[in-house]
Design a binder for this molecule. Structure first.
Ligand code: FES
Ligand code: FES
Length: 167
């Protein structure tokens, strides 16, 4: 079978690999590069579990064709060590009990970081709307939204528990 040569930057490292034509980015990350922090759920673009940063924006790696990634810059959940916003989100997810099984969490965190940086003035309704493409089967979303609001409030210089607003 003909394989596609792919060159990418993944978590600040240059990688070269050969991809099967029908494969998607999540296949490459998990199967070839063993970056299993990127989860797959629905594998047709609905649940958001596979969300990674692709050329600076969140993308669903399960519907991103491997061949379209040649030359791309990818950051997976493993690539955010040392990132202050991600560290704040991780702390807030813990404080607000924003995960149970954790399956959705890598995708939630990548999406949440994008919200915090792109929409610094977002209110709770906007956060819920922005997160609506990331499904969680455990938490009921209250804690997740509260965690994102906690980080947004801190960055806006506002104190106080976000959880009380996020019911
Ligand atoms: S696994 Fe990619 S959106 Fe569900
Ligand atoms: S914490 Fe289990 S799916 Fe979200």
């Amino acid at each position: 079978m003909t394989r596609l040569p792919i060159r990418m930057t993944v978590n600040a490292e240059n990688v070269e690999l050969l991809a099967e034509p029908r494969s998607h980015l999540a296949d490459l990350l998990r199967g070839e590069l063993l970056l299993t922090g990127t989860h797959t759920g629905c594998e047709h673009g609905v649940c958001g579990a596979c969300t990674v940063e692709l050329d600076g924006a969140p993308a669903r790696s399960c519907i991103t064709h491997a061949g379209a990634c040649d030359g791309a810059t990818v950051r997976t959940i493993e690539g955010f060590e040392g990132d202050a916003v991600m560290a704040a989100l991780r702390e807030a997810f813990t404080a607000e009990h924003a995960l149970q099984c954790g399956y959705c969490t890598p995708g939630m965190l990548v999406m949440a970081r994008d919200i915090v940086l792109r929409l610094p003035d977002a209110d709770e309704a906007r956060v819920r709307e922005e997160l609506s493409g990331n499904l969680c089967r455990c938490t009921g979303y209250r804690g997740i939204v509260a965690a994102v609001m906690r980080v947004l409030d801190r960055r806006r210089g506002l104190a106080g528990p976000a959880a009380s607003r996020a019911a």
